[in-house]
Design a protein around this ligand. Structure first.
Ligand code: COA
Length: 160
């Protein structure tokens, strides 16, 4: 059984994330979306909201589930029996940031390999913080997020 954990803050989940998840769901037996509480990032959506948004957006993928976590990524990965960790890499800046994390996670948990996937070019510019900013100012985020996320963002930033 191959299990991959895809960690992140997912505040909120975007089509950049779901693109990667749909692709790995076709490769691995089980995919676990591990949503970090990330209190230090002061998320717009609380952990329960982010879990609900991810679960609803991924309901069409039977071998994908979402769980929340606090603490070390390698601990949740081990707890889930994961063989792999997935991280998305959009550009060289992401890669510079991700490389030491992947190496350190490999030191902490030998046997759990980090894989990198790139989103398609039209989604490379997407980040959760840009989505939050655009939504807060009344811009259109529909091309970049699942439908339920667009609705939730509209609820957070109601227009007069
Ligand atoms: N599509 C769209 N956006 C993407 C993306 C993709 N494919 N891949 C990354 N991003 C964006 C995210 O939206 C996010 O955007 P934002 O910062 O503008 O909101 C940004 O890239 C990176 O955020 P995220 O993926 O949530 O990662 P993170 O930097 O918040 O890290 C953890 C989250 C959980 C992986 C990391 O903090 C962690 O491992 N924590 C546990 C503690 C631990 O184990 N520490 C030791 C590590 S060695």
């Amino acid at each position: 059984m191959t299990t991959l954990v895809y960690p992140g803050t997912f505040d909120p989940i975007t089509l950049g994330h779901t693109n990667l998840i749909e692709r790995v769901a076709g490769i691995f037996d089980q995919v676990v979306i591990a949503i970090a509480a990330s209190e230090r990032k002061q998320p717009l959506f609380n952990l329960d909201e982010r879990l609900t948004l991810a679960r609803d957006a991924l309901a069409h993928l039977p071998n994908v589930r979402a769980t929340g976590f606090r603490g070390l990524l390698v601990d949740i990965a081990r707890q889930e029996g994961a063989n792999f960790i997935l991280r998305g890499v959009r550009n060289s800046t992401d890669f510079e940031y991700e490389l030491p994390l992947a190496q350190m996670n490999g030191n902490l948990a030998p046997g759990i390999d980090t894989l990198f996937l790139t989103p398609p070019p039209h989604l490379t510019c997407v980040s959760s913080s840009l989505i939050r900013e655009i939504a807060s100012m009344g811009g259109d985020v529909v091309p970049y997020v699942p439908e339920n996320v667009a609705t939730a963002l509209a609820g957070k930033f109601p227009r007069p």
